[in-house]
Every structure is written in structure tokens, then in C-alpha cells.
Design a protein around this ligand. Structure first.
Ligand SMILES: Nc1ncnc2c1ncn2[C@@H]1O[C@H](COP(=O)(O)OP(=O)(O)OP(=O)(O)O)[C@@H](O)[C@H]1O
Length: 279
């Protein structure tokens, strides 16, 4: 998308892409991350950064360590070595709800929605981090709890409109086709109003039309809310079209990092995808 313009070397300096989007300075940095599961080294000494407002892809063959990396970014896994810097400070190990409060939301490779609940109720669960009224408040200060409920509902409805799923807002999620479920999952993550949105294979299992829709929504979310997006995706066409920068992993190592054009022309990346031996 933005092959001609390269991000500045200075991590604090922003830039404007060819299509007029403003990308800020570095908001998150992975420094020498190593993650092991027993004897398996899923991530080996990987460093890269994420800029505010950019669409950053992580690609690589099966088992390369992409999901593990997304789980490190989301705070679900704590790496044995290395540091995650977020908003200028080292991020300490934390519980998933604390990460959510820090402005990081995600969708999953296998849809994780409440199938028996309506679309609206599923999207509302994304607002849980924004609900401050306690049980006591709800009893004593009924007005406060009610106001909060109204605000959360308005936000959920706004996102439902934005993602064009008004017609199914009262439909139980279990009855929806796959592509729409994925969109509801995106809506729920957006309802948290994240600063960084992590998408784990958002197009997996979709037909061409569904992929086009999802691509458009990802671009619209980034454009309209300025949300930083980190995504794992196997469809190369989609990745190269959507992303500002791409990290390429293979066997737990980083073998490429740059604009789609740079990555496309990187010999090590080409070899990894063609299955050329590493010896
Ligand atoms: N919870 C776990 N316990 C043990 N090993 C794991 C665990 N999660 C991942 N691994 C191993 O770590 C390596 C990287 O896996 P990961 O799922 O991160 O790769 P991936 O690039 O996301 O793969 P795919 O594209 O197939 O989803 C693999 O060898 C995998 O078997």
C-alpha cells in the first residue's frame, strides 16, 4: 500500500503515508523476545516495533511462532527472555484483564463468542472494562449504574452501525454464517475501544467476498478510530494490500521486517515460503 514511503528511523517521529494516513511514533516495542514451551523454542530472540496507527502484519509458514508472538503482545504469555515496551515503559507481567485496561483487545483464530447470546449482547461484553459501577452502586446509586448502561449500549450500537450488522443485532450468534460471526467478533473487540487491536487470522475460512468485506472494515477501523492493528494472516494478497509493515517469522526466528515491497523481495523470505533448506 505504502511502498514508496518508508517510516523514519527516529522512533518518536511520525509520518504520513501515500494515501494520507498519519502514522505516529513507536507505541510498542518487542526487545529480544525468547519464548519456550519446555524444550520447544517458539520464539527466538525477536525484536521489532509497532507504530501508533499502523497496520502491522506478522506472517510466516505454519508453526513459525506467529500465534505465540501475538500472545506475547497481548500479555497472555510472558517470555522467558526479553522485554515488551509499551507506551515508553517496560510492561510488567499482568493478568489479561489488566492488559485489556491498558487498551489492548483481540480476536481469536477460532471464534470465541457466546453462541446463545444475541449479537448486541456479545458486543456489550466487550464493554466490561468500561463498566465502573459496582454492585453497591447499582443498589444505592441506581442512576449512576443506569447512566453507565445507557452509555455502554450507545457505544455498542455505534459499533454495530459502523460494521453494518444492524439487521442482525437481535439474532443469536449461533445462527449466523461464519463470515458474520467473524465480524461480530471484530465488533466485540472494538467495543473495548482499544488502542491496539490484535487480529488472529481475521480472514481464515472466508470466501472471496467475505474477505473483501473484512479487509474494508479493517481499513475503515484504522482510518476512522486511528486504531493500531496487528494481524496474523495467511492470505498473502490480503497482507500485502492491507499492511504498512510486515514482520516475517520462520522456525521462531525473524527473517524479514519492512514494507510489503521490501518483504516481497527478501530472498530469505522467498526461500522460506518455497521451502528451501536452511542448512
Ligand atoms: N502451548 C504450547 N505448548 C507447547 N508448544 C507450543 C504451544 N504453543 C505453540 N507451541 C509450539 O510453538 C511453535 C510455534 O507455534 P505457533 O502456534 O506460535 O506458530 P504459528 O506460526 O502461529 O502456526 P500456525 O500458522 O500453524 O497457527 C510450534 O512448534 C508449536 O508446536
Amino acid at each position: 500500500m505504502n511502498e514508496a514511503i518508508h517510516p523514519p528511523i527516529n522512533p518518536h517521529e511520525g509520518y504520513v503515508t501515500e494515501d494520507g494516513r498519519t502514522i505516529g511514533g513507536v507505541v510498542m516495542e518487542m526487545k529480544h523476545i525468547t519464548l519456550r514451551f519446555g524444550g520447544v523454542e517458539a520464539i527466538k530472540d525477536i525484536s521489532f516495533d509497532i507504530r501508533e496507527g499502523e497496520i502491522r502484519a506478522i506472517i510466516g509458514p505454519n508453526g513459525a511462532g506467529k500465534s505465540s508472538m501475538l500472545n506475547v503482545i497481548s500479555g497472555f504469555y510472558n517470555p522467558q527472555e526479553g522485554e515488551v515496551w509499551y507506551k515508553g515503559a517496560i510492561r510488567k507481567p499482568m493478568k489479561p484483564y489488566q492488559v485489556a485496561r491498558q487498551g489492548i483487545a483481540r480476536t481469536f483464530q477460532n471464534i470465541a463468542l457466546f453462541e446463545g447470546m444475541t449479537v448486541l449482547d456479545n458486543v456489550m461484553t466487550g464493554r466490561l472494562n468500561h463498566m465502573k459501577a459496582s454492585f453497591l452502586d447499582q443498589g444505592l446509586w441506581w442512576g449512576k449504574a443506569q447512566r453507565e448502561e445507557v452509555e455502554n449500549r450507545e457505544k455498542a450500537e455505534e459499533i454495530i452501525d459502523f460494521l453494518e450488522i444492524q439487521a442482525i443485532r437481535k439474532t443469536p450468534v449461533g445462527r449466523l454464517p461464519y463470515g458474520l460471526k467473524k465480524r461480530v467478533e471484530l465488533a466485540r473487540a472494538l467495543a473495548a475501544e482499544p488502542r491496539i487491536l490484535l487480529l488472529d487470522e481475521p480472514m481464515a475460512g472466508m470466501n472471496v467476498e467475505e474477505k473483501e468485506d473484512m479487509s474494508r472494515f479493517i481499513l475503515d477501523v484504522n482510518d476512522e478510530f486511528g486504531t493500531t492493528i496487528v494481524l496474523i494472516e495467511h492470505d498473502m494478497g490480503v497482507v500485502m494490500d492491507l499492511s504498512d509493515r510486515v514482520v516475517v517469522m520462520d522456525y521462531g526466528k525473524k527473517i524479514g521486517d519492512g514494507t510489503p515491497d521490501e518483504v516481497r523481495n527478501n530472498q530469505e523470505v522467498i526461500d522460506a515460503y518455497l521451502g528451501v533448506s536452511h542448512d
